[in-house]
Ligand binder design. Structure first.
Ligand SMILES: CC(=O)SCCNC(=O)CCNC(=O)[C@H](O)C(C)(C)COP(=O)(O)OP(=O)(O)OC[C@H]1O[C@@H](n2cnc3c(N)ncnc32)[C@H](O)[C@@H]1OP(=O)(O)O
Ligand SMILES: O=C([O-])CC(=O)C(=O)O
Length: 371
């Protein structure tokens, strides 16, 4: 048996959903640049789940289905009110909320294709309502009822702030959702596939994926990027902070990637978006600090930013609380997770690799009195 630490380079499945080849990322054959420019998040979800971009009629029907399913059982919000609101992390709340959502879906255990597609729609529609609702509850406010006339992106910002976002805000957020929607066999997607390959239900698959996304080596990095920028505070402290961290063998969040070695194509788009919004807001402090960190990291470590680096500045300017950055990632990645879960069900085999044992050799149990 051979082992590969962290399964690096191991091809664990075939998939027709997204591909990363020569640093080019595609969803169903369309480049991420084209999709960010020319499609919306709703179109991207449809593409990921159905393999083709929707026609105008298909898109209208799909948007209506999402909007109709956006409400969540009130019990979920009532539970949230009893959580330790001062200390609980929103990703822990989201993990619990998605699991609880399954309890309230009478069709949760149905495994036919149609029921699974319906569950994907319910999960995608409701996850934004849950994240925004929790953000309100912890401020002592009532969740905002979803607005069916808004796009998915605009509606999330609306439910978060109780204010319809500007066109630019909605557009920028929509693009960020498109960019984060899927990424081949990343850790959380793999987790989701492993879970449902036992023929467990979709709620279990998405709950497991949220648990994996939460970690700072994966989706949790976007919040940590922001924490780092806050700790550095100002551009003149960037050198000291970064050099000191590298000297102490600390990782700089938002840099490096298991697959991309010449740069993450999404980071380039997010960087432009972060710069545009910074200029528009008249405050480029975070963007300027980020730029300096990027230059330093390239020079000192040859490492480039990943998708979590500039998305932190972008979300901050959009007024999203820092600990909601990873839940926002989960909102987008639910579309990819669901696509992979549907693909896994379609041609399933249990995922069960081996471990090379390196523990003690076979030995006898010493009776208690002699230990
Ligand atoms: C959406 C996403 O999940 S994107 C990734 C988000 N995660 C982060 O931004 C966290 C910071 N980055 C990292 O921890 C890593 O680059 C990962 C987890 C993304 C990829 O990890 P791996 O492919 O396992 O690379 P690994 O952690 O083994 O790093 C290889 C080398 O580069 C160094 N390195 C990698 N990333 C960084 C970093 N961000 N800062 C400093 N050094 C780094 C490691 O210390 C290691 O050095 P060594 O060989 O001298 O020990
Ligand atoms: O692919 C990965 O390893 C991490 C990930 O989810 C992404 O970059 O979007």
């Amino acid at each position: 048996m051979t082992t590969t630490r962290g399964l690096e380079g191991v091809v664990a499945t075939t998939s027709a959903i997204s591909s990363i080849k020569d640093d080019v990322l595609t969803y169903r054959g369309y480049s991420i640049q084209d999709l960010a420019e020319q499609s919306t998040f709703e179109e991207t979800i449809y593409l990921l789940w159905n393999g083709e971009l929707p026609t105008a009629d298909q898109l209208q029907a799909f948007k209506a289905e999402l909007a109709e399913n956006a409400s969540v059982p009130n019990e979920l919000f009532e539970f949230m009110k009893n959580y330790p609101l001062e200390t609980v992390h929103p990703m822990a709340v989201l993990r619990t909320a998605i699991s609880t959502l399954g309890i309230y879906d009478p069709d949760a255990e149905l495994m036919d294709k149609q029921s699974n597609k319906e569950k994907a729609i319910k999960l995608q529609a409701k996850i934004a309502t849950l994240v925004a609702g929790f953000a309100r509850i912890r401020q002592g406010l009532q969740p905002v009822v979803p607005n069916k006339s808004l796009s998915y992106a605009a509606n999330f910002l609306y439910m978060l702030k109780d204010r319809v976002p500007s066109e630019v805000e909605a557009q920028m957020f929509d693009k960020a959702l498109v960019l984060h929607a899927d990424h081949e066999l990343n850790a959380s997607t793999f987790t989701a596939r492993v879970c449902v390959a036992t023929l467990s239900d979709m709620y279990s698959g998405i709950t497991s994926a949220i648990g994996a996304l939460k970690g700072p080596l994966h989706g949790g990095a976007n919040e940590q990027v922001m924490r780092m920028l806050e700790r550095i505070g100002s551009i003149e402290w960037v050198d000291d902070y970064i050099l000191n961290a590298l000297e102490n063998k600390k990782k700089i969040m938002g840099f490096g990637h298991r697959v991309y070695k010449n740069g993450d194509p999404r980071a380039k788009i997010l960087k432009t978006m972060a710069r545009t919004l910074s200029e528009m807001s008249g405050d480029s402090r975070l963007y300027d600090m980020s730029l300096k960190i990027e230059i330093l990291m390239k020079e000192k470590k040859g490492l480039l930013p990943n998708t979590d680096f500039y998305s932190a500045t972008l979300y901050h300017i959009l007024g999203i609380d820092h600990d909601l950055f990873t839940p926002v990632f989960a909102i987008s990645r639910t579309s990819g997770w669901a696509a992979h879960i549907l693909e896994q069900y379609n041609d399933n085999r249990l995922i069960r690799p081996r471990a090379e044992y390196n523990g003690p050799r076979l030995r006898r149990v010493t009776p208690m009195a002699q230990r």
